[in-house]
Design a binder for this molecule. Structure first.
Ligand code: 5GP
Length: 202
């Protein structure tokens, strides 16, 4: 029988650089990623079923009502959520899954599945956070204000995470390596590897 897979959650405020880090982790390590559902429109280059499952708000709400979302959150006017069945199937098949979701979603996962491992990505300091949120230059003042507000809320969840990884300026490679070190260390915990002991004691 397969050992049940591990569920990792990576989140961090806008400006933490978590998207870039997660992309690098995907290139370097053999973990499976859950494809989220969202009501936001695809950005150029994004593919339905690969980056997200894109759907209308009505379709999304119907899935919530049917209990098909493992967690979900509203983020800057759109709904984002993790389809439950896909995650359950992957974990049952022994796959180690990574969710890249916002902090509200991360808290829901921890409440529903306390054994999930939560990793918080942060910029080096507050000034950098503000500069990175502003620096994209593509958002209106309202969206910037909303992102800042949300970042404050998210920082308040710090202690509920199991690990923190600081994304130093120019430090994506190091941050990605730190995330992979966490993923690998968690796989090696003694209590998850009783079968190794069994080999010695029969
Ligand atoms: P974006 O629109 O930039 O792709 O994502 C916006 C935010 O939504 C990011 O913080 C991202 O981590 C978060 N997000 C993406 N998928 C999910 C999800 O399935 N659940 C939750 N709670 N947040 C998500």
């Amino acid at each position: 029988m397969n050992k049940r897979g591990l569920l990792f959650v990576i989140s961090g405020p806008a400006g933490s650089g978590k998207g870039t880090i997660v992309s690098r982790v995907r290139e370097l390590a053999p973990f499976d990623f859950s494809v989220s559902a969202t009501t936001r429109a695809p950005r150029p280059g994004e593919i339905d079923g690969v980056h997200y499952h894109y759907m209308t708000k009505d379709a999304f709400r119907a899935k919530i009502a049917a209990g098909e979302m493992f967690e979900y959150a509203e983020y800057v006017g759109n709904l984002y959520g993790t389809p439950k069945q896909a995650v359950e199937d992957a974990l049952d098949a022994g796959k180690n899954i990574i969710l890249e979701i916002d902090a509200q979603g991360a808290m829901q996962v921890k409440d529903k599945m306390p054994e999930a491992i939560l990793i918080f990505i942060l910029p080096p300091d507050y000034e950098t956070l503000v500069a990175r949120i502003r620096g994209r230059g593509t958002e209106t003042e309202d969206v910037i204000a909303e992102r800042m507000q949300k970042a404050h809320t998210e920082l308040g969840y710090f202690e509920r995470y199991d690990y923190v990884v600081v994304n130093e300026t120019g430090g994506v490679e190091q941050a990605a390596e730190n995330v992979i070190a966490i993923l690998n260390a968690e796989k090696l915990r003694t209590y998850r590897n009783g079968e190794i002991q069994q080999k010695f004691f029969g």
